[in-house]
Design a protein. Structure first.
Length: 102
């Protein structure tokens, strides 16, 4: 088994980084209630660019009263800029809020 540098990095080159995501720490994720994230890469300002989001069992995205997931899920996200995620400081300008039907 490959060894890491203590931060999940197995090797790092200018054109590629190989990570063992099992060694990355879960971080709190204010964008979605109850979810955690593991950041794979960041924008220069420190915001997550590519990341895994772990959603616990329960309602999908934490919004709908049903259907419910018995297992939860793990999703890989990639972003193209700051403002396209819920907790970004300029999200209101970049991503209009569409009311969720009750």
């Amino acid at each position: 088994m490959a060894t890491t540098q203590g931060n999940g990095v197995i090797y790092d080159r200018p054109d590629a980084t190989l990570l063992d995501t099992r060694e990355l720490q879960w971080e709190e994720f204010p964008g979605l209630k109850g979810c955690k994230l593991k950041t794979l890469s960041r924008f220069p300002d420190g915001h997550a660019q590519v990341f895994l989001v772990g959603m616990p069992p329960g309602s999908l995205h934490g919004h709908e009263p049903g259907p419910e997931s018995a297992t939860g899920c793990l999703i890989l996200f990639g972003r193209n800029g700051i403002g396209d995620w819920l907790d970004d400081p300029n999200a209101a300008e970049e991503s209009p809020d569409v009311p969720y039907p009750a």
